[in-house]
Structures are given as C-alpha cells and as structure tokens.
Design a protein around this ligand. Structure first.
Ligand SMILES: [Zn+2]
Length: 211
C-alpha cells in the first residue's frame, strides 16, 4: 500500500470491502491523500483448533485468510461460538504470541460463552465444605466478601487464581480456580447469595488431617 501522491507506505484503512479480493479506501498518514486500492488476500485456509470447555477439549477447525494476524487472547468465531485464543503454535513448533494465519499450525482456544466454574472451600477448623458454583465470567469476588451458600454464611479469606494465591484484592471469576472462606457466628449479613449457582453438590468432605 503506497500513497499515490507521496509514495509513503504509512496509510490508514478507512473502508474495506470484499473478501477474497479486498477493495480498500486508504488515507495517507503523511500527506492526507485518500485513494483506493484492490488487494488480493487469497483464499481462506483451514486452521486446526483445539478448543476446551471446562475440563474437556476437542479438535475442530476454522477458516481464515492467510494474511490475517491472530494473537494470544484474541477471539475467534468457532461455528458461531466465541472462543478466546490461549496459545498459538507456528509451523516450526514454537509457541508465539502473534502470527499470520499462513504460519500457524494449531490454535488452542477456550469457549467464552459459558459461565466460569469456581470451587469454593469453607473451612470449619479442619472440616472442609466443598462446592462448585457457576457464575458469570465477569463476576468479581473480593477478599472479605460475605457470601451465602445454602444455609452457610462465610467470609472470603483467600483465592487461588490461575497463577497465584491472593490474600487481598479482587479477581474476576474466569481467572479464579478456588475461593477459600471461613464461617463465623458474627456474620449476619451477606454481600451476595450463590445458592442458586451451585451446580455440583458434593458431600461434606474431611480433606484435612487433624491439626
Ligand atoms: Zn501521501
């Protein structure tokens, strides 16, 4: 893409039309000249995708244009469902943050139209009440929140996210693996009720040894 007046290659795309043959309306960043250009982007190619949903994953594919760039945490449309890219492997077998489709071997992705599943452990001095809840991915848990879960009230004292243990602050549900809470007789009011979000009812388990 070269400006037809000054020859600069720094242009802004104002409009883009068509798929295999794209008609672009461009504006030169140097002199402001507006011009049209037709670019051949080639036929879409099929790229392998391994997509996960909770603990299971399956293989599928997605059709993309070879000169399209994909990046880590970008969102793909997989048969009508949005999925976030969690890893890109190029044809040399390396993991990269960004690559043009023509160099990509496999994409790993996670569906993001499903709620987040978060484990909850409430510690009764060694006896652990363990539950899983399904909440909106963007739901925020904050250390210190008082939560109702069935007939239990507990206060959040720690959280494990995908990469760290937190003892203060807040995090969104989709990065949280587990929330740790303590019950308390002094707890009367709660910030939110997750009772209806429980999706798997475990029994009370004694997972801790006597302390
Ligand atoms: Zn120009």
């Amino acid at each position: 893409m070269k400006c037809t007046v000054c020859g600069s290659e720094s242009c802004e795309i104002l409009k883009s039309k068509g798929k295999i043959s794209k008609e672009l309306l461009l504006k030169c960043n140097e002199c402001g000249n507006v011009f049209r250009e037709i670019v051949e982007v080639g036929k879409p190619v099929e790229v392998r995708v391994v997509v996960s949903e909770y603990e299971s994953s399956h293989k599928t594919s997605v059709k993309l244009f070879p000169d399209e760039f994909l990046e880590f945490e970008g969102v793909l449309d997989l048969d009508g469902r949005p999925a976030e890219i969690t890893s890109i492997e190029n044809k040399k077998g390396g993991r990269v943050m960004v690559a043009p489709v023509s160099e990509i071997d496999t994409i790993w992705a996670n569906y993001i139209d499903t709620p987040a599943r978060v484990g909850i452990s409430v510690d009764y001095g060694g006896r652990i009440l363990s539950r899983k809840v399904e909440v909106d991915r963007e739901f925020e848990f904050t250390i210190g929140d008082v939560v109702k879960l069935g007939n239990v009230l507990f206060k959040i004292r720690a959280m494990n996210t995908q990469d760290r243990k937190m003892r203060k602050g807040f995090a969104k549900a989709f990065v949280i693996k587990r929330v740790y809470g303590r019950p308390g007789d002094d707890l009367k009011r709660y910030d939110y009720d997750l009772t209806s979000k429980i999706f798997e009812v475990n029994n009370v388990v004694d997972s801790n040894e006597e302390k």
